[in-house]
Design a protein around this ligand. Structure first.
Ligand code: ACO
Length: 318
């Protein structure tokens, strides 16, 4: 399944809001404890947006970070795809258009709604639009202010989520092997298991069914991508999963019979930032020097919809 053009991630950026909220702080509001949250999810702290800080504001900071880190300018960017479940405006304009306005970008700009799988979906939309010629390159962003839709009195959900933004620049580089394959699915029979309730505008979740869906779907995405590209686990340097719950990843590793160390995890510091979690993790890995030239990476997401999927790519240093 070799794409006609080789599309690469050539730059990454991220932003986490300054305010850090500990598990102990949450235990003053709901009946929970640091011990329960850590042992059931792996989360120690989460970053939360300031009162007037929106999803577009976090995304703006992440894009500024990408441009500064990689010596790029906004004038070089053509199109924007934003994955978010928490857009600034409920219908329109899209968060992508708000970014386009701030950075003076004139190409296509659109939002993707695919819950926590949003970044994986958005990467594929960006890749496809470059291939068709609709965009010269694509700024793919995952940005969320989940704190604005969390019911802070519901201990089942309020401990799980955080705010943040990450982004990747997708460009065509014909000489190198980039994104090799993408797998996208929706198991929509479970659509009501994870919703933002239209009346209360807060997250309602059937945690147990999402948990078992997550373990099953991550495994399926990983196995499918490896099998249809004739690769084994040894060929993959890192699996970068959506960061929802450390126990989900441990159960998935066990089911696949692989070492959990193969998965990059940073949920301890950020909690579940939905569509932002994968680009946040990638940017952090790059900062730590963990992404090496020629590494094969498997990005895998799952979330509301219920959607899931993965991206297999070869990493190059730029
Ligand atoms: N503190 C203390 N106790 C709690 C808390 C809490 N924060 N939350 C739930 N409990 C209690 C429950 O009330 C329940 O008590 P009960 O037995 O008296 O009813 C008990 O803990 C056990 O509840 P379970 O649901 O069995 O707990 P579990 O071990 O399954 O963990 C969790 C719950 C963490 C939510 C887990 O089911 C999970 O991770 N599910 C997936 C969630 C997820 O990933 N969601 C995001 C998907 S991505 C997206 O698109 C947003």
């Amino acid at each position: 399944m070799k794409p006609p053009l080789s599309i690469q991630i050539t730059a990454l950026g991220s932003y986490s809001p300054a305010r850090v909220v500990t598990n102990d702080e949450l235990s003053h509001r709901v009946d929970t404890s640091d011990e329960w949250i850590k042992s059931h999810t792996g989360i120690a702290v989460r970053h939360l947006a300031a009162e007037l800080e929106t999803t577009a504001d976090l995304a703006t900071k992440a894009v500024e970070n990408l441009l500064a880190n990689h010596g790029r300018t906004a004038a070089e960017i053509d199109g924007i795809v934003v994955a978010t479940a928490t857009p600034d405006y409920p219908g329109f304009p899209s968060t992508a258009c708000l970014l386009a306005q701030r950075f003076g970008i004139k190409g296509p700009a659109l939002d993707i709604s695919a819950g926590c799988t949003g970044f994986i979906y958005a990467l594929e939309v960006g890749r496809a639009m470059i291939i068709t010629g609709a965009m010269k390159n694509a700024l793919v962003v995952g940005s969320e202010t989940l704190s604005s839709v969390v019911d802070w009195d519901d201990r089942n959900t309020c401990v799980l989520f955080g705010d943040g933004a990450g982004c990747a620049l997708l460009e065509s580089r014909q000489e190198q092997e980039g994104i090799l394959d993408t797998y996208l699915k929706a198991e929509a029979a479970g659509a009501e298991a994870l919703v933002i309730d239209p009346k209360s505008r807060t997250i309602k979740m059937d945690g147990r069914s999402v948990y078992s869906f997550a373990v099953r779907s991550i495994g399926q995405a990983i196995e499918t991508l490896l099998k249809r590209n004739n690769l084994d686990f040894e060929d993959i340097a890192w699996i970068v999963p959506h960061q929802a719950n450390q126990r989900i990843i441990a159960a998935c590793a066990k089911r696949l019979g692989i070492d959990v160390q193969k998965f990059y995890l940073n949920i301890e510091q950020y909690a579940n930032t939905s569509a932002a979690s994968i680009p946040l993790a990638l940017a952090e890995m790059q900062e730590k020097g963990l992404l090496k030239e020629g590494n094969r990476l498997l990005l895998v997401g799952f979330g509301a919809g219920l959607t899931y999927g993965g991206t297999l790519l070869t990493w190059h240093q730029y």
